[in-house]
Design a protein around this ligand. Structure first.
Ligand SMILES: Cc1ncc(COP(=O)(O)O)c(C=O)c1O
Length: 464
């Protein structure tokens, strides 16, 4: 469903000329179904040409989502594009590979027994977050019912820098969102902030491993310890879900001693996006629960599988199976060592970018990519009143780079930052070219004698 149609004012007919002058292929309606057929190569070429004007995905430094995979992965993708993951009876090997991936991920996240863990692939982290939140809500409702207490006012706790999916979860599933505000001194969720707002109606606390705005990890272990202490002191037992959309495939390789996962007993469930640092093209996420007791039985549905029954816990029925195979391809292809090398190389590129930006007088680097390989910076105080980071974002766009400028969340919205998400595929060489373009952009803007006119300025639309 789209509420906003393209702003392009285009004629109602889509001209096929001059490239395609075959009989009957001169014009087709743009907004209604054409009467006649079209040759496949014509249809292909038209769409191929039109999307040339989309941004170049490799230069999209706004997204966390994978924009490059190896040729063998692409071949596998094309071969498996017809597989529907829900047809477990028809594609039992794809189903078995999904299951293997869940075990591999549960093991990576230190589930006490990866065979006892329960998990599923999803369309992305958003679906995984919805499922995890739903499991927390149902468990809380059951516990309240068992105690004979009312269960009509559930709340969920996270920081105000949380990704929008949690706001959606709270809205769609009618759970009160309790935001712990981020401040300059407290830029993410803290144990103290959590303790200020949790109560007997809290279904869970969501800690984010890799805040979307900044790439910083929230202190999961400290939050879990504070909740352990609260449990001991008061009997209030509040679980933690870790939204590791990005960090779930970074921390195990680059920060292996950091305790954020199932090593902490209070962590009931974790989600991650396979299509972010799991290095798979868009369309796959993962949700894993410590053991099956953390997913209330009534949420699990049975589908036919090998003449038997397979359990599923998903929002969608049909969805692509190919991405799951691509995830497994990455697991086989890279192993622990390969994943570590890829993520380390990505971190090194982030460091190069942070270092380059820190050397420019115009900027103050705020987050240099220590946790996720994400670099975030602001305009140095007093540098200029003639331009801002939105203007620089527009200059970079002219060179093909998509680097968003946006305000920090509520309470800090006066601070506008720019952010680069470094991903596999942004080489050190490209990073140097990007830094050159940033330096050129700054040089151009610094030559302005007066403020950039308002008409020439657009603010980038940033989806967090
Ligand atoms: C922390 C966090 N959670 C959830 C999501 C949603 O993930 P997806 O885009 O895979 O649905 C994102 C996306 O950026 C994110 O950064």
């Amino acid at each position: 469903m789209r509420y906003r149609r393209t702003s392009l004012r285009l004629p109602d007919e889509l001209p096929v000329n001059p490239l395609f002058a075959r009989q009957g292929e001169r014009r087709v309606p743009r907004y209604s179904l054409g009467t006649d057929e079209m040759l496949p190569e014509t249809a292909y070429q038209l769409i191929h040409d039109e999307i040339l004007l989309d941004g170049n995905a490799r230069q999209n430094l706004a997204t966390f989502v994978t924009t490059w995979m190896e040729r063998e992965a692409e071949q596998l993708y094309a071969e498996a594009a017809d597989k529907n993951i829900v047809d477990k009876d028809e594609y039992p090997l794809t189903a078995a590979i999904e299951d293997r991936c869940v075990h591999i991920i549960a093991n990576l996240w230190h589930a006490p027994d990866s065979h006892a863990a329960l998990g599923t692939s999803t369309v992305g982290s958003s679906e995984a977050c919805m499922l995890s939140g739903l499991a927390l809500k149902r468990r809380w409702q059951r516990a309240r019912a068992a105690q004979g207490k009312p269960a009509d006012r559930p709340n969920i706790v996270f920081s105000s820098a949380v990704q929008v999916v949690w706001e959606k979860f709270a809205n769609y599933w009618e759970v009160e969102p309790r935001y712990v505000p981020v401040t300059a001194e407290r830029p993410c969720l803290t144990p103290e902030g959590v303790l200020e707002v949790v109560d007997e109606n809290t279904i869970g606390v969501v800690a984010v491993l890799g805040i979307t705005y900044t790439g910083a990890y929230e202190p999961v272990a400290d939050i879990a310890a504070a909740l352990d202490d609260l449990h001991q002191r008061t009997g209030l037992d509040v679980p933690v879900h870790v939204d590791a959309a990005s960090g779930g495939f970074v921390a195990p390789f680059l920060h292996p001693t950091l305790r954020w996962d199932f090593r902490l007993n209070r962590v009931h469930s974790i989600n991650a996006s396979g299509h972010k640092y799991g290095l798979v093209y868009p369309g796959v996420g993962w949700a894993v629960w410590r053991t099956k007791e953390f997913v209330p039985e009534e949420l699990v549905f049975k589908v036919a599988y090998l003449g038997g029954q397979e359990s599923t816990f998903n929002l969608n029925f049909s969805r692509p199976g190919a991405q799951v195979l691509l995830q497994y391809y990455n697991f086989l292809r890279l192993g622990r060592r390969g994943f570590t090398r890829v993520q380390q190389a990505t971190h090194d590129v982030a460091e190069t970018i942070a270092h380059g930006l820190a050397g420019m007088r115009a900027f103050e680097v705020m987050w240099p990519g220590v946790d996720l390989p994400v670099v975030c910076w602001r305009l140095a105080d007093g540098h200029t009143g003639n331009w801002d980071l939105y203007d620089l974002s527009n200059r970079l766009r002219a060179r093909g780079w998509m680097v968003p400028a946006y305000p920090l969340p509520k309470n800090r919205e006066d601070v506008v930052v720019m952010r680069i998400v470094v991903r596999n595929g942004l080489s050190g060489d490209l990073a140097h070219l990007l830094l050159d373009d940033v330096a050129d952009g700054v040089k151009f803007l610094d030559r302005l004698r007066e403020r950039m006119p308002a008409e020439g300025r657009t603010t980038s639309s940033f989806h967090h």
